[in-house]
Design a protein around this ligand. Structure first.
Ligand code: GRF
Length: 202
C-alpha cells in the first residue's frame, strides 16, 4: 500500500511512521510522499532526513477547494492509495474525502466522539474528564467524526495542564498511528457503518 502523509507542524506522528517503517513494522506499506500546508512545518526536515519526497502547498493563499485539488494532483502523481493525516490542522473537502473513501486515517488526541476539534486537551480539562487519550479513525466529511479504529485511554491527573496532558497522550498516538497503518495495509480493517472491525491475521 503506497501511502502519503499530510502534516502541518511538528510532525512527531509523521516521525513515528518513519521510525516504524525503519524498524520493519509496516510490512506492505510504503511511505511515498509528505504534503505540508505550512512552509515552516518541522515535518519537512524529517522528510528530508528520511529521503521522503515532500511538497508544500500554501493553504494561506488559496481557497480550500484549490488546495485540495492541488493535493489530489500530487497524490495521484505518486500513485498514493491511502492518506494519513498526522497533525494536519485543516479540513478537507468532500471531494477529496470521496477520492479516498475509507483510505484516509487521522490521529486525534482525545477519546472520540468526545472532544473533537483543534482544542481537544483544553476541552477535556474544561469538561472535568477523569480520563482522556487518543483515537485513530477514518476521516469522513465531519470534524473528527469518522469511524474509530483504535483508542487508548489514559487517566487525567488532578494537576494536569493542557501541556502535561498532551505530553502524556502523545506517545500513545505514536504507537496507535503506525498500528492502524499496518492494519490498513494488511487489509484487516472492515468498515460497516460507523463500526470498524479488525479482522484476524490470515
Ligand atoms: C497531535 O497531538 C495530533 O493528534 C494533533 O496534533 C498533534 C500533532 O503533533 N492533531 P505532531 O505534528 O504529529 O507532532
Amino acid at each position: 500500500m503506497r501511502f502519503a502523509v499530510m502534516a502541518s507542524g511538528r510532525g512527531s506522528n509523521f516521525q513515528a511512521l518513519i521510525d516504524a517503517r525503519a524498524r520493519g513494522e509496516l510490512p506492505g506499506a510504503e511511505l511515498v510522499q509528505l504534503i505540508v500546508n505550512k512552509r515552516d512545518a518541522q515535518a519537512i526536515g524529517r522528510a528530508e532526513a528520511a529521503g521522503i519526497p515532500w511538497e508544500f502547498i500554501d493553504s494561506d493563499v488559496m481557497a480550500r477547494a484549490e488546495f485540495d485539488r492541488r493535493a489530489l494532483a500530487v497524490l495521484r502523481d505518486c500513485s498514493t492509495e491511502a492518506v494519513v493525516l498526522a497533525g494536519f490542522m485543516r479540513l478537507l473537502t468532500p471531494e477529496f474525502i470521496a477520492a479516498f473513501r475509507h483510505r484516509i486515517l487521522n490521529i486525534h488526541p482525545a477519546l472520540l466522539p468526545l472532544f473533537p476539534g483543534a482544542h481537544a486537551h483544553r476541552d477535556a480539562l474544561a469538561a472535568g474528564a477523569s480520563e482522556s487519550g487518543c483515537s485513530a479513525h477514518f476521516v469522513d466529511d465531519g470534524i473528527d467524526t469518522g469511524p474509530v479504529i483504535l483508542q487508548q485511554a489514559i487517566p487525567v491527573l488532578p494537576d494536569d495542564t493542557e501541556e502535561s496532558l498532551a505530553a502524556r497522550i502523545l506517545p500513545h498516538e505514536h504507537r496507535l498511528l503506525p498500528e492502524v497503518v499496518r492494519l490498513l495495509a494488511a487489509g484487516r480493517l472492515k468498515v460497516e457503518g460507523t463500526t470498524v472491525w479488525i479482522l484476524p491475521e490470515k
